[in-house]
Write a protein that binds this ligand. Structure first.
Ligand code: SF4
Length: 376
């Protein structure tokens, strides 16, 4: 069953079939408080001729709000069990591959490997909630991570406000939950079965996380699944809606692009690197103070070029397999293919060579558990 969009999300007043003119693009570039209308203009065909101007604007805004810093993080895949049937995912329940989860001692080994690589910010990932990897398991993994890392994020399944509060109390500082696509028809078609088919439950989960006191919430769409302009305007409206109501928490935005994966699903609306770059520039222009992330899904040369040009946070040395860092399970497929396989020192060297500073830690939890000094 497809879903009617809530009024606060509906992008239709700003989508006019790509009919923006060069004058609309120039107005958007000159606007003091750009919003959905300006974003749609900056993503229209008329904006192609303004790509260089957009890139320069993105660089200026990025430096104004973030200096020359790039925050570094690493993903850690805890489990590849899943009951959902997302057509685009290598972990979907109909993919034939070994399934497993990391046991707590293995999680500790993986965390220690990442710590040894210099990371202070880790993102823990699982599939949809299963009996093998449910809430209690995730909570335990968050506790293990929070003893070692200053920033612990989770990218898992939608939870209740109460569950998010438990995670926050255990040391979770961020929740990442991509809507994948905001197009309700495409969403229904691509999420073939399982809990992830519930569009509204997923859409409302970031608000529940913020309500629970979570410090940051990461939003995004999986680029390639649907019309990128429709999705980008919805993403901006979603971010604006959350920021208005839950202003104490922060937002981050990622730009995951569909990559080859077990199942060989191909993108219905492929977007190339030039389109992705323009999307990053346009989002930076309309959200100048929001951290923007780019993962190792993208080629090294593209990531190098985008660092500091809108992008302010990057993963490095990533493995998308369960047990990929300490080598406890070399036999499973990753969720998708990693394109940038360079080591952490190599990426740091690249950033420094571009006049950028890799940052591994930029905050501390001083009063966690009521104790000055945070974690022991
Ligand atoms: S995207 Fe997430 S919910 Fe969907 S099949 Fe993959 S792991 Fe499961």
């Amino acid at each position: 069953m497809t879903q009617q969009l809530p009024e606060w999300l509906d992008p239709s007043p700003w989508l006019d079939g790509g009919g923006s003119s060069p004058a609309d693009v120039e107005r958007a570039l000159g606007c003091d408080e750009p919003g959905p209308r300006e974003l749609a203009a900056l993503l229209s065909p008329a904006a192609h001729a303004y790509t260089e101007i957009m890139a320069q604007r993105a660089r200026t805004l990025t430096q104004r709000h973030f200096g020359r810093t790039i925050s570094m993080y690493a993903p850690l895949y805890l489990a590849n069990y899943c009951t959902s049937g997302c057509a685009y995912c290598g972990f979907a329940s109909d993919r034939v591959q070994p399934r497993r989860r990391l046991e707590p001692t293995e999680v500790e080994k993986e965390l220690d490997s990442l710590k040894g690589m210099g990371f202070e910010d880790v993102l823990l990932l699982t599939g949809e909630r299963t009996s093998h990897a449910g809430f209690e398991y995730l909570l335990e993994c968050v506790s293990l991570a929070a003893r070692r890392f200053h920033a612990v994020g989770v990218e898992a399944f939608p939870m209740t406000t109460r569950e998010y509060a438990f995670l926050a109390n255990a040391g979770c500082s961020g929740v990442t939950l991509y809507q994948e696509t905001y197009d309700p028809f495409q969403y229904d078609r691509l999420h073939r079965w399982g809990p992830k088919k519930e569009y509204l439950d997923r859409l409302e989960a970031p608000a529940r996380a913020m309500e629970s006191g979570m410090r940051t919430v990461g939003l995004g769409v999986l680029l390639g699944l649907s019309d990128p302009v429709f999705d980008a305007v919805c993403l901006l409206r979603h971010a604006g809606h959350l920021r208005r109501i839950h202003w104490k928490s922060g937002i981050t935005i990622s730009f995951p692009r569909l990559q080859p994966q077990a199942g060989n699903f191909t993108a219905p609306v492929p977007i190339d690197e030039a389109q992705l770059a323009r999307l990053v520039f346009a989002v930076r222009i309309v959200l100048p103070d929001v951290p923007l992330l780019l993962s190792t899904r993208e080629r090294p040369e593209f990531r190098d070029g985008m660092a500091g040009l809108g992008i302010t946070k990057m993963s490095a040395g990533s493995r998308t397999t369960v047990g990929g860092y300490a080598g406890t399970e070399p036999g499973t497929d990753g969720q998708f293919q990693v394109s940038d396989q360079r080591s952490v020192p190599d990426i740091c060297e690249m950033l420094r060579g571009r006049g950028l500073q890799p940052v591994f830690k930029n905050w501390d939890s001083v009063f966690r558990d009521g104790e000055a000094g945070g974690r022991g």
